[in-house]
Design a protein around this ligand. Structure first.
Ligand SMILES: Nc1ncnc2c1ncn2[C@@H]1O[C@H](COP(=O)(O)OP(=O)(O)O)[C@@H](O)[C@H]1O
Ligand SMILES: [Mg+2]
Length: 290
């Protein structure tokens, strides 16, 4: 069965995109699975990591996907040559892009179209936004093509994030060990429960992990981590291993001629070891579950 992971927290800067990249690459490079990356965030950071996005000349500050390698301007007269996950919210077809990793394809963000997709009335939001991604990931042609789908979401509890959660089988909540971030965890857990109760009982969302990210050797971080490990509401979900604050994670996001994966670093590298350890736990919880 194709698993669908949503990385979600309503706060920015917690590590959603970092985790989306890490889980995508662990599945593709280490587990040799075929992965589809989906970027629901209008900021397009997940897409930017794998593709050379272009500036939107109409919607300033926005990003658009590059021309698709399969696009032939002479033949494809009814296609502008770009494909984004935003297209599904307009009832249009999508064509995933290849990346420099053979096992990874991506449906990138289109800043303006994603933002516009959210601007529907309350009565339309369920059908036009919330359920569209779920319908897409359940298509036979999608399920047959990919072993895993990794969804990166925007830092909000808005319609796009809800769409990501409704479409997923498994959820990951990355969080810094800081006061406001911890509040964010509880907020996301509420959303997880709410969406799980709304589903048929045989299809709950598996909360595959709350992940402590950007952890430093300070008592504040240690105390929050210990608290999450001891509280009844969180102890079953907190991942025992943490991702520390390391410059290398920022450096890996800077693209040179192609992104280099943390899993291509020497096997003794601390960052690679810590990512392997975290991803092994999360993937174990995902693939050994239901
Ligand atoms: N463990 C870490 N150590 C150092 N920098 C990190 C770490 N995790 C994330 N970052 C950096 O913090 C910023 C925000 O992370 P990101 O994953 O983009 O968060 P989000 O998607 O939740 O907004 C990025 O610049 C990223 O490179
Ligand atoms: Mg992000």
């Amino acid at each position: 069965m194709t698993k669908v992971i949503a990385n979600a927290t309503n706060k920015g800067g917690e590590g959603k995109t970092t985790m989306s990249i890490m889980l995508t690459e662990y599945a593709a490079l280490v587990m040799n699975k075929k992965v589809l990356a989906i970027d629901l965030d209008p900021q397009a950071n997940f897409s930017k990591y794998y593709l050379n996005l272009e500036y939107d000349h109409v919607y300033k500050g926005g990003k658009v996907p590059p021309l698709h390698p399969e696009y032939c301007p002479d033949e494809d007269t009814d296609w502008d040559g770009r494909s984004s996950i935003a297209n599904i919210f307009y009832g249009e077809e999508v064509i995933p892009y290849p990346t420099s990793f053979t096992n990874i394809e991506i449906l990138p963000a289109h800043s303006y179209k994603l933002q516009e997709a959210e601007a529907v009335t309350k009565s339309e939001v369920l059908d036009k936004v919330h359920l569209q991604l779920k319908r897409f990931v359940q298509l036979d042609e999608v399920k047959n093509e990919y072993d895993l789908i990794v969804i990166d979401t925007p830092p909000s509890k808005g319609p796009l994030t809800i769409a990501g959660i409704k479409a997923c089988t498994d959820m990951v909540i990355p969080s810094q060990m800081e006061e406001d971030s911890i509040d964010g965890i509880y907020g996301m857990m509420q959303l997880w429960k709410q969406e799980t109760y709304a589903r048929p009982s045989e299809q709950p969302i598996n909360l595959a992990g709350i992940l402590a990210n950007r952890v430093r050797e300070v008592s504040l971080h240690k105390n929050f981590f210990e608290q999450l490990k001891s509280l009844d509401s969180t102890k079953d979900f907190i991942i025992d291993k943490k991702i520390k604050e390391r410059v290398i994670y920022g450096e890996l996001r800077v693209k040179e001629d192609r992104p280099k994966s943390v899993f291509e670093l020497p096997s003794s590298h601390v960052a690679r070891k810590e990512c392997e350890s975290v991803c092994t736990t999360i993937m174990g919880r995902i693939f050994n579950h239901g």
